[in-house]
Structures are given as C-alpha cells and as structure tokens.
Write a protein that binds this ligand. Sequence first.
Ligand SMILES: [Zn+2]
Ligand SMILES: [Zn+2]
Length: 352
Amino acid sequence: MNELIVNLHMHTTYSDGSGTHAALARAAIKTGVDVLLVTDHNVWVQGVDNYDRDGKKRVLVIACEEIHDQARDPQKNHLLVFGANRELATLADSPQTLISAVRQQGGLCFLAHPDDPALPAFGETDISWVDWNVSGFTGIELWNGFSELKSVARGKLDAIWYAFFPALIPHGPLLKTLARWDDLLSTGRCVVAVGGSDAHAQHMSMGPLHRTIFPYEYHFATINTHTLTPNALTGDLPLDRKMVFDALAAGHCFIGYDLPGPTRGFNFSAQSREINGIMGDEITMQGTVTLRAKFPSRAQIKLIKNGKCIKSLHGDAITYTSDEPGVYRVEAYKQYLGKLRGWIFSNPIYLR
Ligand SMILES: [Zn+2]
Ligand SMILES: [Zn+2]
C-alpha cells in the first residue's frame, strides 16, 4: 500500500492562526507532508482545496473544520469535521446532533483534544470533551501537538521555555486519553485514533521578545497521521480527497512523531491462512492469526491487547501469534532529548 503523510487539525487567518492557506502549503512542502487537513474554528472555507506545488514537490490542501458551541461557557467539546461538504457549525449546541449530521453527509468526525487541561498563566481554560454519551463519531484525536503544552507547562516561565524549545514538549498521548481510547474500544466499537498538530503559529510579544510560537513548519515535522492508501495521489482532487478520507475512516493509519526518528515505513498487519489485514481491519478468526509490526528503526515496542501490554521488547519488529479475539495495537517509544518519548501509535487490528 501507499503511505501518505497527513497533517491534520490546524488554523489559518480564517480563525485564530497566523498563516494563510498558501503559507501553510509552503511549510508542508518543506517538511515533506503530503496532505493538509485545515480545520478553522466554525468556518468551512470554500474554494481553497488544491494541490500546491514547488518544483516536483506538491501538497494536497483540503479545507475541513473544527466545530464547537461558541455560546457555551466554559468552552468544551471541540469536534474535527472532515469531508462533510457543508457548513454544520450551526448544530454545535448539540454534539450528538452535530455528529449525526456529519455522518449523514458522509463526513468523518473526531473528538479533538479529548483531555485538554487549563493553562491559567496564559488564560487558557480546560477545553476537554465532556459529553461522553455521544455515539457515531469516527474516532478521537489521541495526540494533540499543541494541547500537550498545557499538560507539560506548569506556569508562565515553563511555557516561555517551551516556546523557545518546542521539541522538548512531545512525550506521547496523555495516559488519560490512551486509557479512555482503550475503554471506548472495549465496548466493541471501532474507534480510529489520529494525531493532530493544532497548529496556530501565533505571534507572541513580551517586552523586547518577539517570537512566532510553534511555527507551522515545526508542527508539520513533528506529529503526523500516516494513512495507507491503495494508490499515491493521482492529481484528481475528488478522487484523492476520497482516498484520504476512506483511509482515515477505516483506521488504515498510524500516528508518528518524527523528531526522534523518521516514522515512514511502519506497518502493522495480520495474517491467517485465509485472510490478510492491516490496521483498522476487523478480522473474523478462523484458527490462529499472526500479528506483525515492522518499524523503520529500533525502539521500545509494546504490543497491547484489550488495553493491556502482552509483549514488549527493544527492536525493530514484533510478532505474535494469537488464537484469541481481542483489540490489538502497538506503541513504540524512543529515547530523545534525555527522555523516552512516544514515537509510533498504531490503530488497532480487531480480531473478532
Ligand atoms: Zn480545539
Ligand atoms: Zn484547534
């Protein structure tokens, strides 16, 4: 299968980001990103879907949306909406109505930054997802590059330190969010995990200090969602858009954090006598199934079954033969800047 590096969840000047779609596209081309899913707050920007080119390199830009109820105080429940092809922000006061409408339109939706703590030093409030009785969503944003700052910085000085050294921020998805994902999976649902950047590239001034905090290029080089698609981008906009959304909807994707080491080339698959499957697939067991994950370089690897680690090792591959149904996924960690940090998080293979 073909691998596309997708950076999703980011803001432009249409909401609270500092860059235009063209500026984001230039940053994406520089960092080797194939697809940008741009999600301005409560506005679906039409007429910007396009391939931006620089010589032989190109990036596919698709306008999507991040929707929340602007009248709600305190603010909660941000929803990433992809491929709905119409403005649905007017439905934001009821998360379930909104989710159902997105699905009815053939779109996908992901609960954004499900656990998002406050950062009082900067007036940032907790904007977690709170309406957990909803159903029908495609998945969750397991790892959010921007909101992780709110979990590692304890005060203003910390936050300024991280603004200058952003590579120190990413440690992995919040443990609370990982546990929540496993809980959702334990109900028998397929819940797709994606990694978002939540890039804003905001300008900050403090006395003589002026800085763009977390430039788009930084975000695009760090946490991405890699989709596995049947083909490379074809240049046909509707076809390529559908191919990317189909891969996300099916969970044919993984989250990769590239600063500790390139994550391109990772795969996780299942083989039995009759059936082959990849991440996101539901496989009805007939006899034993061999699960295999192959990594682009060595890391600390964990194989997780139904939320519990059943095998771990240091290496570049892990294999496990199972005769039991379960939700199987893999996580990998690498040493980087003095700490063991999250590197690759696969979507599950569902053995039923
Ligand atoms: Zn948000
Ligand atoms: Zn956002």
